[in-house]
Design a protein around this ligand. Structure first.
Ligand code: UDX
Ligand code: ADP
Length: 465
């Protein structure tokens, strides 16, 4: 089966970069990325590439190369569905905030809406590719909707989970460890798998393209994220012991990471993991375990989340206790709001919870982040509903200049590992602060020895004294 036209529903952090890279690597395929959000589509079409809705290093170049040649962004969803041989579903699947499975299960309403729309519009056979992270067996729900509400056309459902990490999306897409494609074991299913394999084969070595059944593919995505998050929670749990015992978590991480059975990656202690995937996928996994009656399995994975919450609260508690048990009326500067460097995404960012805790202690917070908008930060806080929107705006201010953010502050908290923080004029920052001046490095990126020489009191996550 030859694929000439692709439609991708959902122009977010997954759909946008993924389609841009496929378009760049496969100039013979016309790709249309559609979204219900007209503002987002307009931003993808903006001639000013710094206005793209997703910030990813290198993404602007890829978009510039392919856009309006074979890569299009549009709000005309029906037309794009109608034309396409293959449709990727990359809509968001947040954790449910209502009803059964509230706070744990994935909310599949956007997926279902897509399936119904595809069924309504499609007039010829199509391959549907699940790109969003989904609970196991979602493919069968999509198939059911398509088969029972469609116009009698044939659909093949593939699972092709996205393993890109934000901040390195373009590199991850160009040079993936593996591409995973799950499909039916029937002849038609295998043909659909091959159609997608041949797209990736344009730039990914064949041996890195793995094909499985649909359920294995869906479950592998949840499993990968659960294992990665577990490593972060494991090292973060050790960071608390390091602080008490005088050990240094970086040294411990290095020592264990050199054991080839353990490996060195994902052992950086931090103020806690964030992002759109880890928490959501683990909750999802635990929920699946629960629905199968596997209570112990669910509890086991939930513990990874509990340690993460503990780590965020531990960080803010430590700020309060170090600042003589009160931060009321004190200015605390936040360096970073994004959930990691090189992205403007803030979903589940540790900064949000840490800010909320400190605001509840009546601290004044001034935030500087090189890529996150002021609007986004307030939306993140307002969403928690801890205090009124007005109070959030009174207590937290956003600065475009890091030196302004730090001026007059009692303490600085580093929440994101942006590289530029390391290059600041720390003497100048020190001179402008209240004394004694404190730095709480939640990412372990600063040169604390140099800071101490200037006069700072330093706390680094996982470093005992
Ligand atoms: C993750 C998976 O890595 C990716 O494969 C999947 O497709 C989506 O989820 P992402 O959420 O973009 O990607 O970022 P990732 O680099 O995994 O980091 C997640 C969080 O863990 C970040 O907040 C990061 O700062 C934190 N982290 C990561 C640590 O605190 N320590 C580490 O050693 C690694
Ligand atoms: P992800 O990180 O998974 O890409 P995002 O929230 O960044 O998540 O992107 C998902 C996108 O999907 C959003 O831009 C949203 O507007 C879009 N979307 C959700 N439901 C639909 C739908 N039924 N049709 C078209 N687009 C949709």
């Amino acid at each position: 089966m030859n694929i000439n036209k692709i439609c991708c529903i959902g122009a977010g952090y997954v759909g946008g970069p993924t389609m841009a890279v496929i378009a760049q690597q496969c100039p013979h395929i016309k790709i249309t990325v559609v979204d219900v959000n007209a503002k987002r589509i307009a931003a993808w079409n903006d001639t000013d590439l710094s206005k793209l809705p997703v910030f990813e290093p290198g993404l602007d170049e890829v978009v510039k190369e392919a856009r309006n040649k074979n890569l299009y962004f549009s709000t005309n969803i029906d037309q794009a569905i109608d034309e396409a041989d293959m449709i990727f579903i990359s809509v968001n699947t947040p954790t449910k905030t209502y009803g059964k499975g509230k706070g744990m299960a994935a909310d599949l309403k956007y997926i279902e809406l897509c399936a119904r729309q595809i069924a309504k519009v499609a007039k010829q056979d199509k391959i549907i590719v699940e790109k969003s992270t989904l609970p196991v067996r979602t493919a069968s729900a999509i198939k059911n909707i398509l088969d029972n509400t469609g116009n009698g056309v044939q659909f093949q459902i593939l699972s092709n989970p996205e393993f890109l990490a934000e901040g390195t999306a373009v590199q991850d897409l160009l040079n993936p460890d593996r591409v995973l494609i799950g499909g039916d074991t029937t002849k038609e299913g295998q043909e659909a798998i091959q159609a997608l394999v041949s797209i990736y084969a344009h730039w990914v070595p064949k041996e890195r393209i793995l094909t499985t059944n649909v359920w294995s593919s869906e479950l592998s995505k949840l499993t990968a994220n659960a294992f990665l998050a577990q490593r972060v929670s494991s090292i973060n749990a050790m960071s608390a012991i390091c602080e008490q015992s005088g050990a240094d978590v970086n040294e411990v991480a290095k020592a264990i990471g050199m054991d080839s059975r353990i490996g060195s990656k994902f052992l950086k202690a931090s103020v806690g993991f964030g992002g759109s995937c880890f928490q959501k996928d683990i909750l999802n996994l635990a929920y699946i375990a629960k629905t199968y009656g596997l209570k112990e399995v669910a509890n086991y994975w939930e513990q990874v989340i509990l340690i993460n919450n503990y780590q965020k609260n531990r960080f803010s508690d430590n700020i309060v206790s170090t600042l003589y048990n009160t931060v009321s009326g004190k200015k605390i500067a936040f360096l970073g709001w994004a959930f990691k460097k090189d992205t403007n995404d803030t979903r589940e960012s540790a900064a949000i919870q840490v800010a909320d805790n400190l605001l509840s202690e009546q601290a004044h917070i001034s935030v500087y982040d090189p890529k996150v908008s002021e609007e986004r930060m307030y939306a993140d806080l307002d969403y928690l509903n801890t205090r009124s929107e007005e109070e959030n705006r009174n207590l937290l201010t956003v600065d475009q200049d890091p030196y302004e953010a730090c001026k007059g502050a009692h303490a600085i908290a580093v929440l994101t590992e942006w590289d530029e923080f390391k290059a600041y004029d720390w003497q100048r920052i020190y001179d402008s602060m209240q004394k004694p001046a404190f730095v709480f490095d939640g990412r372990g990126i600063l040169d604390t020895e140099a800071l101490k020489k200037i006069g700072f009191n330093c706390y680094t996550i996982g470093k005992g004294s």
